[in-house]
Design a binder for this molecule. Structure first.
Ligand code: SAJ
Length: 419
C-alpha cells in the first residue's frame, strides 16, 4: 500500500458516506460508489441524503475540493471498503445480497496488492465467503499469507460501531476491531485504519470480528430486554419501574438500562437475529431478548388504550415518533408502531408531536392523526403517551403537564426528588 492510498467506498449510506467524507478530509483521494443514481447525483452536488450532525459541511468541502468523487461504477483503487446494508428477510434471516453484489461489482477492477475491507454487519463466515467469491471470479488473485512482496489480495472484516447522531466523532475516536482472513491481511487493514482513526485498532481473525459486532448489538438488546421485562413486572404490581431502576443502579455492580416502547433502528433490532439464525439451538437468551423487546410495542399500546379509555373522549397527545431520542429517523421505530395502533383505534383524536419532522408519514395521516407542536398538544389534550425521550419533551415544566394523565414509556417526567 502506498503512503496515501486511493480509497474506494462501496455504498454511500449511513456508514459509507460519513466514512468516505472523513477519509477524504484527511487529504486521501476517495472514490465513492453507490448503485443509486439519485444518491450519486446528490453527493456530486455537494449535498447529503442522510441527516447527521456536521456531515453536510464536510461533504460539501471534500466534494468541492475534489478529494471525494462519486459515481455508480467502481474504478481501480488501492483499498475497497464495502459498507452496504445487510437487512433481515421475512424469515428473520440475513439478506446478504447487497454485500455479494458489491463484491461482484469490484472483481473486475481488483489488482494484486489491493486491500478489500467489509464493514457491513454480517453473520459469521461471510468474509471467508467473500474471499471464495473473489477467487471464483479472479483466480489470478492470491489471497493469504503475503509472501510475495505485497502482491497478494488482502481481505479483512472491520465492523462499523458508530452511533447515529455521533457518527463523525465516533468514526475517529472509537476503537476498531480488525479481523483479517490471515494475520497479514489484518495487519494491512490496521495500517490503513490508523490513517484516520484515533482509537485503538486491534487485530483479530475475520470470524472473531464478525462475532464481535453481532455480540455488541446483541448485548445491548438483551440488556434493554431485561429493563423492558422489569417494566412489565413492575406494572403488574403497581411499582414505579424508574424508581426501582434508579435505586438498583446505586449498587456498585448494577447498571440497568432504560425500558421503552420497544427497540428500534436498523441494527439492534436486527443483528441479534443473525446469531439466532447461525445457532438457533444455542442462542436462546438472545432470541428471548428479541421477543421481549418486540412484544413491548403491543404491551405499550394496550396500556395506552387503558389510560385513554379511563380519561374521556378528548384529544390524545402522542409524544415522539423517532426510533430514539433527538433524531429524526423513523425507521423501525417502536414509537411509530404504537402511534399507528393508536391512530387505527382513535383516529382524529390522535395528536402527534414530533419536533424533528415536518410532515406525518402517510400511514398516520391516512388514519386521521394530526401533527401538532408540543404547546398545542399540552393545551388541547388531557391524556399523553410519551414514546420518545427527546430533549424538547424533557424540558417541559411540571406546571404545563400536571393536568395530563400520562403514560411515560421513557421515564422522562418522573419528577422523583429524593435527597
Ligand atoms: N433503547 C432503549 N433503552 C436503552 C437504550 C436504547 O429502549 O436504555 C432503544 C432506543 O430507544 C432505540 C434502540 O434501543 O430504539 C437502539 O438505540 P441505541 O442508541 O441503543 O443504538 P443504535 O441503534 O442507534 O446504534 C447501535 C449502537 N450499538 C451499541 O450501542 C452496541 C451503535 O454503536 C452501532 O454502531 C449501531 O447500533 C449499528 O450500526 O450497529
Amino acid at each position: 500500500m502506498t503512503v496515501s492510498p486511493k480509497v474506494s467506498v462501496i455504498g454511500l449510506g449511513y456508514i459509507g458516506l460519513p466514512t468516505a467524507a472523513l477519509i477524504a478530509s484527511r487529504g486521501i483521494g476517495v472514490h465513492g460508489v453507490d448503485i443509486s443514481e439519485r444518491i450519486v447525483a446528490n453527493i456530486a452536488a455537494g449535498a447529503i441524503h442522510i441527516p447527521e450532525p456536521d456531515l453536510d459541511g464536510l461533504v460539501q468541502k471534500v466534494v468541492s475540493n475534489g478529494t471525494l468523487k462519486v459515481s455508480t461504477k467502481p474504478a481501480p483503487a488501492d483499498v475497497f471498503m464495502i459498507a452496504v446494508p445487510t437487512p433481515m428477510d421475512a424469515d428473520k434471516r440475513p439478506d446478504l445480497r447487497s454485500v455479494f453484489a458489491a463484491v461482484e461489482s469490484i472483481c473486475d477492477v481488483l489488482a494484486p496488492g489491493n486491500l478489500v475491507i467489509l464493514e457491513s454487519t454480517c453473520p459469521i463466515g461471510t468474509t471467508e465467503e467473500v474471499v471464495r467469491r473473489i477467487s471464483a471470479k479472479r483466480p489470478d488473485l492470491k489471497t493469504g499469507p503475503d509472501g510475495e512482496g505485497g502482491k497478494t489480495l488482502a481481505v479483512a472484516y472491520c465492523p462499523e460501531r458508530v452511533l447515529p447522531g455521533r457518527i463523525l466523532a465516533e468514526l475517529i475516536d472509537n476503537d476498531r476491531c480488525i479481523g483479517g482472513v490471515t494475520p497479514d491481511c489484518a495487519a494491512k487493514a490496521q495500517q490503513f485504519y490508523k490513517l484516520f482513526v484515533r482509537g485503538a485498532c486491534i487485530v483479530t481473525s475475520a470470524r472473531a470480528a464478525e462475532m464481535v459486532k453481532l455480540s455488541e448489538n446483541a448485548f445491548r438488546d438483551v440488556n434493554i430486554a431485561f429493563a423492558n421485562e422489569l417494566s412489565l413486572v413492575c406494572d403488574r404490581f403497581g411499582i414505579n419501574v424508574w424508581e426501582v431502576i434508579e435505586l438498583a443502579n446505586r449498587h456498585p455492580r448494577v447498571n440497568i438500562l432504560r425500558p421503552g416502547p420497544g427497540v428500534g433502528g436498523h441494527c439492534i433490532a436486527v443483528d441479534p437475529w443473525f446469531i439466532v439464525d447461525s445457532a438457533p439451538d444455542l442462542a436462546k437468551l438472545i432470541r428471548a431478548g428479541r421477543e421481549v423487546n418486540d412484544s413491548k410495542i403491543e404491551a405499550t399500546f394496550e396500556r395506552a388504550a387503558e389510560l385513554i379509555e379511563a380519561n374521556g373522549a378528548g384529544p390524545i397527545a402522542c409524544l415522539g415518533l423517532a426510533f430514539k431520542a433527538n433524531v429524526d429517523d423513523l425507521r423501525e421505530s417502536p414509537a411509530l408502531e404504537v402511534a399507528l395502533k393508536l391512530a387505527e383505534r382513535y383516529r382524529a383524536r390522535v395528536r402527534i408531536v414530533e419536533p424533528h419532522i415536518e410532515e406525518l408519514p402517510a400511514t398516520l395521516a391516512e388514519r386521521g392523526a394530526l401533527l401538532v407542536d408540543l404547546e398545542t398538544a399540552l393545551r388541547e389534550c388531557s391524556v399523553a403517551v410519551v414514546l420518545v425521550d427527546h430533549d424538547a419533551f424533557k424540558l417541559t415544566p411540571l406546571a404545563e403537564r400536571q393536568h395530563l394523565a400520562v403514560l411515560d414509556t421513557r421515564g422522562i417526567w418522573q419528577d422523583m426528588r429524593r435527597s
